[in-house]
Design a binder for this molecule. Structure first.
Ligand code: ZN
Length: 320
């Protein structure tokens, strides 16, 4: 069930003699565009990455809701997944480019509450080291989702010649903390970093959103140089995510754009390289959960995000 195509295969209208094909295709395009508009924001915030869904409403005092995680994860992260020091593919358009993938949370975080509740400095304020993340109502953990998509993305990007590094690969007892997650991207001198998540919002709240760093200059945080390129990266990811998955932008944050800017996330505040988060869907909505738990859909998600990164690196990165 692996999705290997280069992009989105639109439904092929039956090719008949003349006009109908053109008409059908023409009808598809406004339909897709309409998707962006139809999903008008209805307010509310359920982002598991912390309080305040937007930079404007960020409130550092509230605590992230770590939702229940009762099932024990299957042992994962076979060592073959990890390729320490493996040389990047010698060819491909992304040869020499470094992509860091940050699989949000950690399947073992729930066993280490004291450690992950430790406060770390994120420049603007202090915040928990990490959180457990959310899960579907059936117990599929966000941390398992993020690792799975990360592995799929790594395969896709390595095929393009990129050097890919994960901030964690199910190979640590907990974390890393959000400040270390940022540091890993910085020290790798990554050309692009994407932090993978799925949201834990209310039923009926659907769709994906990409979180962009707002301009922050406080303490160890200075995002001013990465705001522009990160917006470019995030916009390309959002567009490709729509194209490949067919998912609509969030109907509860971002005003239907699929883009949200925030200044309260340590993983963004402390980054010195272009970086965005993506909330691929809402695990607490049954329709979104049906997508998030599907391997075929996760392959599309990985393809969409990877395509966005490739687009960014080929369009922007030539100057770097
Ligand atoms: Zn998350």
């Amino acid at each position: 069930m692996s999705y290997t195509g280069p992009g989105f295969d639109p439904p092929q209208p039956r090719r008949s003699r003349r006009g109908p094909l053109t008409v059908a295709l023409a009808a598809l395009v406004p339909g897709a565009l309409l998707g962006w508009a139809v999903y008008a924001a209805v307010g509310g915030s359920g982002d598991d990455e912390g309080p305040g869904s937007t930079a404007a409403s960020a409130s550092p005092s509230a605590s992230a809701s770590a939702s229940s995680r009762t099932s024990s994860p299957a042992p994962s992260a076979s060592s073959e997944d990890e390729k320490p020091g493996a040389p990047a593919a010698a060819s491909g358009p992304l040869r020499g480019r470094v992509v860091v993938i940050d699989p949000g949370h950690n399947p073992e975080n729930f066993k280490h509450t004291a450690e992950i509740n430790r406060q770390v400095d994120i420049g603007t304020n202090r915040k928990e080291c990490d959180t457990t993340g959310t899960s579907t109502d059936d117990g599929y953990a966000e941390a398992d989702f993020t690792l799975d998509v990360a592995h799929r993305m790594r395969a896709l990007l390595e095929k393009q010649g990129a050097t890919v590094k994960l901030t964690q690969d199910g190979d640590r007892p907990f974390g890393p903390c959000v400040d270390e997650r940022a540091r890993i991207g910085n020290e790798a001198k990554a050309d692009a970093v994407v932090s993978l998540h799925a949201d834990g919002s209310g039923t009926g709240n659907r769709g994906f959103h990409v979180i962009l760093p707002g301009a922050v200059d406080a303490g160890a945080a200075d995002t001013r140089a990465i705001v522009g390129p990160s917006e470019d990266l995030g916009t390309r990811i959002a567009g490709n995510f729509v194209r490949v998955t067919g998912s609509a932008p969030s109907n509860y944050v971002g005003g239907g754009t699929g883009l949200v800017t925030r200044k309260d996330l340590g993983g963004l505040n402390l980054s010195t390289v272009p970086k965005v988060f993506i909330e691929c869907g809402n695990m607490r909505d049954s329709k979104d959960a049906a997508l998030l738990t599907s391997g075929a859909w996760r392959q599309k998600a990985a393809q969409g995000i990877s395509d966005g990164i490739v687009s960014f690196l080929r369009g922007w990165g030539s100057a770097r």
